[in-house]
Design a protein around this ligand. Sequence first.
Ligand SMILES: Cc1cc2nc3c(=O)[nH]c(=O)nc-3n(C[C@H](O)[C@H](O)[C@H](O)COP(=O)(O)O)c2cc1C
Length: 315
Amino acid sequence: MKTKITELLGIEYPIVQGAMAWIAEHHLAAAVSKAGGLGIIAGGAAPVDVIRQEIRRAREITDKPLGMNIMLLSPNADDLAQLAIDEKIEVLTTGAGNPGKYMENWKQAGIKVMPVVASVALAKRMERAGADAVIAEGMEGGGHIGELTTMALLPQVVDALDIPVIGAGGIADGRGMAAALLMGAEGVQCGTVFLATPECQISEKYKELVLKASDISTVVTGRPSGHPVRALKTPLTRKCLELEKEVTDQSLEEIEAATAGSLRKAVQDGNYEEGTFMSGQIAGMLRELRSCEDVLKSMTADAEALLRAGFARFE
Ligand SMILES: Cc1cc2nc3c(=O)[nH]c(=O)nc-3n(C[C@H](O)[C@H](O)[C@H](O)COP(=O)(O)O)c2cc1C
C-alpha cells in the first residue's frame, strides 16, 4: 500500500509501532521494521547508553528504517536528541514538549520528525515548527493520553494541516486502519496490538492480562495531576482512583509513591499487585499472540480489501 507516509519514511506498510517506554526495545522495533512497518525504540527516561545499545542491536537485525521516540520533558532530552543524529536514526517521534529548538539540527541530519499531538492547536504549532508529519493520538490509546477521541481528533487535524497525518489510538485491525485512512490519515500508529506479539519482551503476566481484557478493562488514572494514563484495571489503578476521589497533597504524594516504577514492575516482573499495565481500549479485541509480520500484513490487506469494496454493502 502506497501512501504519503510510506513514501516519506521509505517503508512498505503505513503502520508505525508506537513508542512504549520500557517495552519498545530492539526486539520489537527491529521485528516491525524488518517486516516492513516502522519500528520505534522508546527513549523514555532511559540513560543514553542504554538507548544507543538498543539502536545498535536493532541495526544488527535489520537495515530498514528505524525510529526513536523522545519525551521532550525528560531530563536527558538534549542527549537523546544528539544520539538520534549520531546513530543516524531515520525517524523521530516526539512527545511532551516542543521539539522546535532541535529541529534545524535534525533536519540537517536528514531525520524525519513526527510529533505526537492530541489537539489541533498543537498539531498546527508542530507543522509551523517544521514537522514532516504528525501523529494524531486519541484517548482510546494506551499510556499517556489527551482528552479527544481518535474519531473526533483525526479528521480535524487532517483538515487543519498540509503535512501528512498518522492516526493513533484504538486501531488494531484492518477496519480501524481503513477508517483512519478514510478520515484522511496517511498511516496509522499502533501500540496495544504490538503488546500481543511474541517479539514484545513484556512479562507473561502482562500478555495474559492484555489477551484476557474486554472492551471495558481499561481505566484512566492521573487526571487530577494533569497526566492522565490509560492502563488495565488492576489493584494499583483501583487504589489510585480511590485516592483521586479526594485530592489532597497527601493523596497526591501517596499516588506518586505507589506509581513510581510501576510500569517497570508490570513489564519486567509481571507484578499484578503493584504494576501499571498500560494498554489501550482495543485490547478487548486481541485474543491471541500474532507475529509483528502477521499484524502488519493482515491489517494492511484487510484495510485494502475494505477500501476497495467501498460502499458495495449499501447498494
Ligand atoms: C504500554 C504503552 C506504553 C506507551 N508508552 C509511550 C511512550 O513512552 N511514548 C509515547 O509517545 N507513546 C507511548 N504510548 C502510546 C503509543 O505509542 C501509541 O501511540 C498508542 O498505544 C496508540 O494507541 P493504541 O494503544 O490504541 O494502539 C504507549 C502506549 C502503550 C500501550
